[in-house]
Write a protein that binds this ligand. Structure first.
Ligand code: IMP
Length: 190
């Protein structure tokens, strides 16, 4: 298997998948399909529901992800509500909520789901770091300007695709995904 179609409306995610999976020998193109994001307690539940919905529309061999930012001093908020929170209070709102907090640690999670030859692969990746004192950088999307991963001196928004992929939850999830794919199908048959 050398080609997968990504279900997303987010062109930044498409670029990240094309870059990350491209390095691992898989070509990624866009699949236009609709998924109603259910309100759920975990990213994995959202991913499972979207896999069902898109498979029910007759599609095969596709991949998708659901991601979230979990701020530790806010008990994991916004987590599964990351999309709604970003579109309402945005990065400024997250920074305000953390005003005066000594603990600025947070992590991102990315759950990837794939429907391939009638089988499912679901993996999760993680990136630990902290919320910066203010936004920095203009690349990327979403919470990228306020998240600096552990071991880096730059926020995701100050990194190119290559560097973000090395540190990010999505990069981590892609590496788990390809390892699982290789285990199930064998490298030569992919
Ligand atoms: P979703 O995975 O598209 O549902 O993302 C949920 C929310 O988290 C959206 O507001 C995204 O902008 C944000 N988000 C998801 N992935 C990332 C990322 O890699 N960096 C920054 N924000 C992200």
């Amino acid at each position: 298997m050398r080609e997968l179609r990504l279900v997303t409306g987010n062109m930044h995610k498409l670029q990240e998948f094309q870059h990350g999976l491209g390095q691992l020998g898989i070509t990624v193109s866009l699949l236009k399909a609709d998924c109603d994001e259910v309100q759920a307690d975990t990213l994995e539940e959202v991913v499972r529901s979207c896999l069902d919905q898109i498979a029910d529309q007759g599609h095969e061999d596709f991949i998708l992800d659901d991601s979230g930012l979990f701020v530790h001093a806010l008990n994991g908020f916004p987590g599964v509500y990351s999309s709604y929170v970003f579109s309402t209070i945005g990065n400024d709102g997250i920074l305000k909520l953390l005003n005066g907090s000594e603990d600025r640690t947070a992590h991102f999670e990315c759950c990837i789901g794939c429907h391939l030859c009638g089988e499912r692969i679901i993996v999760t990746g993680r990136s630990s770091g902290e919320i910066t004192m203010g936004p920095r950088g203009s690349d990327g999307f979403g919470y990228d300007p306020v998240f600096q991963p552990d071991g880096a001196q730059r926020t995701f928004a100050e990194m190119g695709l290559e560097e973000k992929g090395r540190y990010s939850h999505r990069g981590d999830a892609m590496r788990h995904f390809v390892a699982e794919l290789d285990k199930r199908m064998g490298r030569n048959n992919r």
